[in-house]
Design a protein around this ligand. Sequence first.
Ligand code: SF4
Length: 118
Amino acid sequence: MVSHSWDFLFCQLPDRDRIEEVSKNIDQNGSFVDDGKALLHDKISAEELWACTSCNACTETCPINIDPLSIIVELRRFMVMENSEAPMELNLMMTNLENNGAPWQFNQADKLNWATED
Ligand code: SF4
């Protein structure tokens, strides 16, 4: 099991801020009233989402068995599949996979050219 400080846990997910916000909402209204905010973009920016290295530390050390990494992966999947919102480098790599069958920008037939170059 990987151990990390609590500051490192949930490094991408602003859970504590959201819990405080929901708590204030309930205090003010008596019960939770939908604030119209979505997890993606309102609470977690695309930059934060793509900054996750998938190290799985947050999942391994979560005291209440939440799996933040699966949420992050599903949000990324949603962004790519539904909104075509992937970082430019990733879009380029996926285009190359489609066209060349490899992540690089050259044809598969040319992949051994390096061996004969001077
Ligand atoms: S899996 Fe992502 S969110 Fe979880 S601790 Fe690692 S870098 Fe942070």
